[in-house]
Design a protein around this ligand. Structure first.
Ligand code: GLA
Length: 386
């Protein structure tokens, strides 16, 4: 609500009229299924109650004019002559315009004001939120139908080809297709989705999803990420399949011996993580918070030991979280190498959990974590205006 009011007020001041259109798209946290998306596997993220908001109106020409309240900057670009200046927030908007037009969508220009509250660089997908908010804006002013999977694919293409970041489909897909009150099991090959509710605690109270930002960031994340992708491709080639999604655990156990150690351990993570993710979705449907938590803990160990994408800060904060009363499970979330962990916590124990983790993490690392208790939220949407 807050950001909706912020962009409405800024739009009204700038254009002397109420905005006819407001759209939003959320960031995300992944509950389980890490580094599986680019292996055609399964992921289980949820959209969070933090996102990008855009108040806008159509223009008669082919210009897009957007003022960012966060960057205190206005970007102007013509849809017919898009130029890649290779840096800055407006490249995400241009990239989406480029990808939509390449896919044959005729676009109209628009002007507006945007603001966001997804922390940048923390691994909570502020860029996917920006891409999907942009796609929603174009969809509204240009009048084509909203197809969440198609918009996610084109936003991913914008990020891969225009911005130059080699991400998978998870972040864009959940920002496009998330639903309030649910996480989403996504099959990253077919893009089929299934809504799954957060499980209650045994006593019937709710559970809360708590994001713990270690505040550590590592440079060269892109090259480490691309290296993992290559190792997974190498392992898939060894098994003679298009992607590690196609290797069963029994095939892996029977045949992995001939594979070099590094791609073997990477493959072991992916193959077991896909199973954990499917089991986690079932646990959620069965209202089994304890099993979901246990799978999250196992996921972290696998990401730490086999996939090797955690850092000390993530291991420390996850250890502390797992040791707290009321915590069902915790793991690193997102690409890793720094950034955030996610924990599933008994709703009534959240305050004590946050205080204890913050205190112990500070004691052990001298760092103060940023903590976000999150609600599962809607994907890219249009806010009705009256
Ligand atoms: C980043 C990428 C996603 C996914 C995760 C790891 O967030 O953008 O596509 O690969 O890392 O699960």
């Amino acid at each position: 609500m807050e950001l909706q009011q912020t962009v409405t007020a800024a739009f009204s001041e700038k254009f002397n009229t109420h905005p006819p259109l407001i759209v939003q798209a959320p960031g995300r946290v992944n509950l389980i299924g890490e580094h599986t998306d680019y292996n055609d596997g399964f992921v289980l993220p949820m959209a969070i109650d933090r996102g990008i908001w855009l108040a806008l109106r159509p223009r008669e020409d082919d210009q897009v004019v957007v003022h960012s309240l966060d960057f205190e900057e206005t970007a102007v670009f013509p849809l017919t002559a898009l130029q890649n200046s290779k840096s800055g927030w407006s490249e995400y908007l241009k990239g989406v315009a480029w990808a939509l037009q390449e896919a044959g969508y005729p676009l109209r220009g628009w002007e507006g004001v945007m603001a966001g509250n997804v922390p940048k660089g923390a691994g909570l997908s502020s860029s996917a939120a920006l891409e999907l908010a942009t796609a929603r804006a174009f969809q509204q002013v240009s009048g084509f139908a909203w197809d969440a999977a198609q918009m996610a694919k084109l936003s991913q293409r914008a990020e891969n080809k225009w911005v130059g970041v080699n991400c998978g489909i998870m972040d864009q897909m959940i920002s496009a297709a998330g639903e309030a009150g649910h996480a989403l099991l996504i099959d990253c090959r077919s893009l089929d989705t299934q809504l799954v509710p957060l499980p209650p605690a045994l006593d019937g109270s709710g559970t809360a999803v708590v994001i713990l930002d270690t505040t550590t960031r590592r440079g060269l994340v892109d090259s480490a990420y691309n290296e993992r992708r290559q190792q997974c491709e190498e392992a898939a080639a060894y098994f003679g399949v298009p992607a590690l999604r196609d290797v069963s655990i029994s095939t892996f156990l029977a045949e992995a011996d001939g594979l070099a150690e590094l791609p073997r351990r990477r493959a072991q993570h992916i193959i077991t993580e896909n199973l954990r993710t499917l089991n986690a979705a079932k646990a959620m449907q069965n209202a089994d918070a304890a099993l979901l938590g246990q799978l999250m803990n196992e996921s972290h160990a696998s990401l730490r030991d086999d996939f090797e994408v955690t850092n000390d800060a993530l291991n420390v904060i996850v250890d502390i979280a797992q040791g707290q009363d009321g915590c069902f499970g915790a793991r690193m979330t997102g690409a890793g190498f720094g950034g955030c962990a996610v924990a599933l916590v008994h709703e009534a124990k959240v305050d004590g959990f946050v205080t204890a983790v913050t205190h112990q993490y500070h004691q052990q690392t001298s760092l103060t974590p940023n903590v976000y208790v999150c609600q599962p939220s809607a994907g890219a949407s249009v806010i009705p205006q009256n």
